[in-house]
Design a protein around this ligand. Structure first.
Ligand SMILES: NC(=O)c1ccc[n+]([C@@H]2O[C@H](COP(=O)([O-])OP(=O)(O)OC[C@H]3O[C@@H](n4cnc5c(N)ncnc54)[C@H](OP(=O)(O)O)[C@@H]3O)[C@@H](O)[C@H]2O)c1
Length: 134
């Protein structure tokens, strides 16, 4: 029977910074390392399913909306049942933190880029996710 391959690709700052004011903490920084990270994310998730909370899905740029399947997940949805809808596909769990809390136990591959950013944040990476714990 086909199963769903569940992956995460995310980027963090030096101390685990994930988000700030609804965007990436390093938003607007045009340095090549930040631009390359965003480009890599949209390249490697192309053709697959990107499943994320409403704010994260809303932040997907127009150019990346047609060549992948975007799925908004809500707290009312059962993670196991939701993932079972995508048997045979690769599903990237796109965050934010409450979504990783709920889906971490299903993830078989984490791809984390640690960027040189070391400023403020209001969303943080939780290392327990790597162990499937929340
Ligand atoms: N650095 C990175 O790689 C990265 C990646 C993604 C996001 N971010 C950042 O994270 C921030 C956005 O994340 P966010 O958490 O604020 O908003 P979000 O993306 O909307 O995700 C959180 C929402 O997901 C919903 N949800 C879906 N399934 C859930 C479940 N099983 N349990 C609990 N909630 C569930 C909840 O909304 P309901 O209760 O309304 O359903 C919750 O409020 C932004 O700053 C963004 O830039 C960073």
């Amino acid at each position: 029977m086909k199963h769903t391959v569940v992956r995460v690709m995310c980027a963090i700052g030096q101390s685990g910074q994930l988000g700030l004011d609804g965007g990436l903490p390093w938003e607007g920084n045009r340095a090549p390392i930040y631009r390359a990270d965003v480009a890599r994310f949209f390249e490697l998730t192309r053709g697959h399913v990107l499943l994320a909370g409403p704010k994260t899905i809303a932040s997907v740029p127009d150019y990346a909306r047609t060549d992948r399947e975007l799925v908004v997940v809500r707290s009312s949805m059962d993670p196991e049942e939701t993932l079972s809808r995508f048997a045979g596909r690769i599903v990237f769990i796109g965050g934010g933190p409450p979504v990783w809390d709920a889906y971490a136990r299903f993830v078989s591959h984490w791809d984390i880029t640690r960027l040189p950013y070391d400023g403020p944040a209001d969303r943080w990476f939780n290392p327990n996710w790597l162990l499937g714990k929340t």
